[in-house]
Ligand binder design. Structure first.
Ligand SMILES: Nc1nc2c([nH]c(=O)n2[C@@H]2O[C@H](COP(=O)(O)OP(=O)(O)OP(=O)(O)O)[C@@H](O)[C@H]2O)c(=O)[nH]1
Length: 325
């Protein structure tokens, strides 16, 4: 190693770990259990391992899958899913770089005596996995876009129509910002629409008041987007368990508080850096640094990443997009 003796663990590049998502004909996903006395032993993970010196990610993944589970995978059959920068409890930093495996040859078996399990995507939550895997499971199961309304959108009945249109398209996660007129009369209709389409609509606690937002969030299909000032109250409230909650954060501290309060996901809005020349790249690097400190799925606010792929490559669940007016 050529690290300076004065370098802290933080100044070293993170360890690059590759892992693969293999599916069978029934859509089940392969997990392998970490055996032995190692860090995180007993937890389930996606098969893979560390990239060795001189290897590129796909070569390393092909090697690991052959060594660990005896399957042969062509690099061309690997599709990037998400790369999660993560700091473990021990302080070790990794980037968990996960690819979907479109096809493979051979029958998967635990060549290192590790247990394997083929798991339906909706049952993944039943398996204890390392913290870095939470954003990976979310990337497999949850929406890539979070649609957010603004004052540019209509109010009342017309807002309902705009939401209906978005949900009839591919919007599956929507945050309604600001007050909603005649909310009581539209909430039922929106809840049943959301349930029917497998979508969720979250209302801002800032606009409705926390108590009203939490009552609304008890209806299937609905949830609450919490103001920063409401997080502590929710964290202490047993009534919040099982509700779909979200928050917005722009710092590691704010995101940690949101995670602590039990939110299912958060939006990240970063301030614009003074130096506009490298704006997109520097925003993504700052986002990746924030991503390391929490495990909840994070959506990058509009205009902060050029595209979904770039956001995913820095560990984002996806992008925040405005509701078309
Ligand atoms: N393969 C894999 N590794 C994961 C996942 N999630 C996660 O945190 N990791 C971590 O990424 C690292 C993978 O490297 P490895 O399998 O070569 O790790 P290891 O601790 O056995 O290292 P060693 O070979 O030095 O003993 C481990 O620290 C492992 O806990 C995952 O889903 N798949």
């Amino acid at each position: 190693m050529n690290h300076s003796p004065f370098s802290t663990p933080d100044s070293r590049p993170p360890i690059h770990v590759v892992a693969g998502v293999l599916s069978d004909a029934r859509g089940r996903i392969l997990l392998a259990r970490r055996e032995g006395e190692r860090e995180l032993a007993g937890l389930w993970e996606f098969p893979g391992g560390k990239v060795e010196k001189g290897e590129i990610a796909r070569e390393a993944l092909a090697r690991e899958l052959a060594e660990e589970i005896g399957v042969e995978v062509e690099p061309a059959a690997m599709r990037p899913l998400i790369a999660v920068p993560h700091r473990m409890a021990s302080g070790k930093r990794i980037v968990l770089d996960v690819h979907r495996i479109a096809r493979f040859k051979g029958r998967a078996r635990g060549l290192e005596s590790q247990a394997l399990a083929w798991v339906q995507p909706e049952r993944l939550a039943d398996y204890s996995m390392p913290g870095a895997d939470r954003p990976v499971v979310a990337a497999l199961r949850e929406p890539e876009f979070c649609v957010v309304t603004s004052s540019r959108n209509a109010a009342g009945e017309a807002l309902f129509t705009q939401l209906e249109q978005a949900l009839a398209g591919d919007a599956r996660r929507v945050i309604v910002r600001g007050p909603v007129r005649e909310l009581e009369s539209v909430a039922d209709a929106l809840a049943s629409l959301a349930v029917r389409l497998g979508a969720s609509i979250l209302f801002e606690s800032d606009a409705l008041g926390l108590d009203a937002a939490m009552v609304l969030a008890r209806r299937p299909g609905l949830g609450a987007h919490l103001a920063a000032g409401d997080l502590d109250r929710v964290a202490a409230s047993p009534a919040a368990g099982g509700l779909l909650l979200s928050a917005t954060g722009d710092s590691a501290l704010a995101l940690a508080r949101a995670q602590e309060a039990g939110v299912g996901f958060a939006l990240v809005e970063l301030s614009t850096p003074r130096d506009a020349r490298h704006e997109a790249a520097s925003r993504l690097a700052r986002f990746a640094a924030l991503r390391e400190s929490v495990t909840i799925p994070l959506y990058l606010a509009a205009g902060q990443a050029d595209d979904l792929q770039a956001a995913r490559a820095h560990g984002a669940q996806g992008l925040v997009v405005p509701l078309p007016g």
